[in-house]
Design a protein around this ligand. Structure first.
Ligand code: HEC
Length: 134
């Protein structure tokens, strides 16, 4: 009798283990609906494209010039006779001068202390290619 009741207890125990294991696995396949994802992706793509296409003097170039160039290239008597402290001055200097070559010139770099980060150089190049947006 004792053996039998032990056996019943044991099998009930094992049965319950199996039950709870099954219950643990069931929630996994029910993933939340994905209907929102395509909309999110569209929004992200649009903002990425806009960021990539619209390098302007105001949103990017002015900040880069201010922190890397304007300490020398500003005012009435700028270094190298090149002023870069306004939209018109920066546009003219980049269009007609050597800005695009000097910001990549390893032997004669601008700024003199060393070339800027690739991101900053690329931003000024993109600004020129995009037609010097203000
Ligand atoms: C520490 C001062 C200093 C900083 C900062 C500086 N420059 Fe200059 N820059 C000079 C001096 C001095 C000259 C003239 C001597 C020469 O050409 O190397 C010059 C010359 C130039 C010229 C050549 C002008 C010409 O027509 O002959 C360009 C283009 C130029 N700089 C661009 C820049 C740009 C763009 C930056 C920022 C990314 C910058 N510079 C940062 C001091 C500076």
């Amino acid at each position: 009798m004792k053996k039998l009741s032990l056996l019943i207890l044991l099998s009930t125990f094992l049965f319950c283990l199996a039950c709870s294991e099954g219950e643990l696995e069931t929630p996994q396949p029910t993933t939340p609906p994905t209907t929102n994802d395509p909309m999110d992706d569209d929004d992200d793509d649009q903002s990425d494209d806009m960021d990539g296409d619209a390098v302007t003097y105001t949103n990017s170039v002015s900040t880069i010039l201010a922190s890397n160039c304007n300490s020398c290239h500003n005012g009435a008597n700028p270094s190298g006779g090149l002023s870069l402290d306004s939209y018109t001055a920066a546009k003219n200097g980049t269009q007609n001068g050597n800005v695009l070559s000097r910001i990549r010139d390893v032997n004669n770099p601008m700024p003199q202390a060393g070339l800027m980060s690739e991101d900053n150089i690329k931003a000024i190049e993109d600004w020129a290619e995009g037609g010097f947006l203000e």
